[in-house]
Design a protein around this ligand. Structure first.
Ligand code: ATP
Length: 457
C-alpha cells in the first residue's frame, strides 16, 4: 500500500470560512482591528470549548494520576526571576532604519528589511513578557507580568497539591489558561498571537524514570490528535537539536503539524529535569522536595511537560477538517470535524413552516438541546440547509417532514457520506448518543434502507 501524502489547505479559504460563519473574527474589528488579536465567534467558542473539554477528559477525568488547577495569571514577580524568564525569555531583534519594522533575527533570510529592503540595526535583546502595574502607583515596586506560560502556576503549587491530594509519584498537574507573549512577529491567523491559550501538564516523576515517562507522553499526546481526527500523515515528531534546547531542558520534541504555511509546532514535550522545583525552592526559601516512602529519602522530582496551544490545536483541527468536493454537480465545502469537536452536533430542519410540522420540529429541538448544542434552521431549500451545516461541520441533520406526523419518524442524514435513513423519534436520543460517541454509522435495522441525498427515501 502506498503511504498517504500530507495535504495542505489554502489558508485564505479557511480564514474566509471562519469569518463568514462566525468561528473567528479579527479582534476589535470595528476599530480597524488590533494586530494579532482574534475573537472567537459563536461557533469558534464552541469548537474551543470542545477541544479543551476533550483534553481535560483525556488527561484529568479519565486518569487517576493527574489533577487539575486554575492558577492566577498574575504571579509574584520573583516567579519570573526564578524561572529565568526575566533574564532569558528574550529574542534578538533588529529594527529597519527606514520603515521601523522589527524582525526576529532567526526569521531573516538576508541582511536587509524583508518589507522595504532598508538597512537594519544591530540585534538587541527584547523581553517577550507583558509588563503591567499592580495597584494605583506605577513604580518599579508594583511591576507585575502577565504570565507567558501557565506552567509556573503548577510548579509553585506543587506542595499545595501534594499535601491536599495525597498523590504519590508519578503524578501530574494539568491546567488550561491564557498566556501572553509580546511576540515580535505574529501571524498566520491564530497560529502565533500575543494572547493565546495553553493546555499544559506538569508530570512529576522519580529521577531515573524520566526517560520512560517522556517516551510515554510523546506517544500519548501524538495519539490524542489522531484520535480526534487529524490525519497521521499531517503530523510528525521533531526532536530539538542541542542548540535549540531551552536552558533547563534535558530533551524536547515538538509535535509538528503541516499547517498551510508548512510544518510547524503544535505542541512541545520537554523533559525539564529538576530545574523548576530547584529554582523555586531557592528563590522562595521553601522546601519543594518529596519524601519517598520506599527509600526513605527526600528527592526533587523530575518534570515531563507536554505543552499544547488551544488556538494552534483549533487551527490544526480546522485545517485538517476542511474539504471541498463535488456533490450533485455543485461545490460542497465541508468540515470533517470529529463529532466530539463539532460546534453543533445536530441540526433540526423542518421541511416546511406549516404549523404542525414546526410544532413537532421544535419539540425535537427542545428535547435534544438538553444534551447537545443543536441548531434549528427553517430558511431556504433543504439542500441549502444541508450545505450550511456541512460547512460548519455538523455531523447530523434531522429532517422533519409530513410523513413524520404520521409515522413518528424523521430522516437522519450523515455529513460525511450524505447517507440518510428513517429513524423513530423515540429512538433519536439513544441513537445520537451512540453515534456521536463514535459508534459505526448506520448499522441498518432489519428491513431498513439507506439512500443518498437527492434520491427518494
Ligand atoms: P514557537 O517556537 O512557535 O514560538 P514555543 O516553542 O515558544 O513556540 P512553547 O513555549 O513550547 O512554544 O509553548 C507551548 C505551546 O504553546 C506551543 O506549542 C503552541 O501551541 C503554544 N504557543 C506558544 N506561543 C504561542 C503564540 N504566540 N501564539 C499561539 N500559541 C502559542
Amino acid at each position: 500500500m502506498t503511504k498517504p501524502t500530507p495535504t495542505k489547505v489554502d489558508m485564505e479559504k479557511l480564514v474566509s470560512l471562519c469569518q463568514r460563519r462566525g468561528f473567528i473574527f479579527p479582534g476589535s474589528e470595528i476599530y480597524g482591528g488590533l494586530s494579532s488579536c482574534w475573537d472567537y465567534g459563536p461557533l469558534g467558542v464552541e469548537l474551543k470549548r470542545n477541544i479543551k473539554q476533550a483534553w481535560w477528559r483525556a488527561v484529568v477525568q479519565e486518569r487517576d494520576d493527574i489533577v487539575g488547577l486554575d492558577a492566577s495569571i498574575l504571579m509574584h514577580p520573583q516567579t519570573w526571576e526564578a524561572s529565568g524568564h526575566l533574564k532569558g525569555f528574550t529574542d534578538p531583534l533588529v529594527e529597519c532604519k527606514s520603515c521601523h519594522l522589527r524582525w526576529r533575527v532567526d526569521d531573516l533570510a538576508g541582511d536587509s528589511c524583508p518589507s522595504c529592503g532598508g538597512e537594519l540595526t544591530e540585534p538587541r535583546l527584547f523581553n517577550l513578557m507583558f509588563k503591567t502595574f499592580m495597584g494605583p502607583i506605577e513604580d518599579e515596586a508594583s511591576i507585575v507580568y502577565l504570565r507567558p506560560e501557565t506552567a509556573q502556576g503548577m510548579f509553585v503549587n506543587f506542595e499545595n497539591v501534594l499535601d491536599t491530594t495525597r498523590k504519590r509519584l508519578p503524578f501530574g498537574i494539568a491546567q488550561i489558561g491564557k498566556a501572553f507573549r509580546n511576540e515580535i512577529t505574529t501571524g498566520n491567523f491564530i497560529f502565533r498571537s500575543r494572547e493565546f491559550e495553553q493546555m499544559e501538564i506538569e508530570f512529576f516523576v522519580k529521577p531515573g524514570s524520566d526517560k520512560e515517562w517522556f517516551d510515554y507522553w510523546l506517544e500519548e499526546r501524538f495519539n490524542w490528535y489522531v484520535k480526534l481526527g487529524i490525519k497521521k500523515e499531517n503530523l510528525k515528531l521533531r526532536q530539538h537539536m542541542k542548540h535549540e534546547l531551552a536552558h533547563y531542558a534535558k530533551a524536547c520534541y515538538d509535535i509538528d503539524y503541516l499547517f498551510p504555511m508548512g510544518w510547524a509546532e503544535l505542541e512541545g514535550i520537554a523533559n525539564r529535569g529538576d530545574f523548576d522545583l530547584v529554582q523555586h525552592a531557592k528563590y522562595s526559601g521553601k522546601s519543594l522536595d518529596y519524601f519517598d516512602e520506599e527509600t526513605k529519602e527526600h528527592i526533587i522530582p523530575y518534570i515531563i511537560e507536554p505543552s499544547a496551544g488551544v488556538d494552534r490545536s483549533a487551527l490544526a483541527f480546522l485545517c485538517d477538517a476542511y474539504a471541498e468536493e463535488l456533490a450533485e454537480g455543485e461545490l460542497r465545502v465541508l468540515l470533517h470535524l470529529h463529532p466530539t469537536l463539532a460546534p453543533i452536533k445536530v441540526a433540526v430542519l423542518p421541511l416546511s413552516r406549516r404549523e404542525k410540522l414546526v410544532a413537532l420540529a421544535k419539540q425535537i429541538y427542545a428535547d435534544l438541546r438538553q444534551s447537545w448544542m443543536v441548531d434549528y434552521d427553517d430558511a431556504q431549500s433543504i439542500g441549502r440547509r444541508y450545505r450550511r451545516q456541512d460547512e460548519i461541520g455538523t455531523p447530523f441533520c434531522l429532517t422533519v417532514d409530513f410523513q413524520s406526523l404520521e409515522d413518528e419518524q424523521v430522516t437522519i442524514r450523515e455529513r460525511d457520506t450524505m447517507n440518510q435513513i428513517r429513524l423513530p423519534i423515540a429512538e433519536l436520543r439513544r441513537t445520537l448518543q451512540a453515534k456521536l460517541g463514535g459508534e459505526p454509522l448506520f448499522v441498518l435495522p432489519p428491513g431498513g434502507k439507506i439512500w443518498k441525498e437527492g434520491e427518494n427515501g
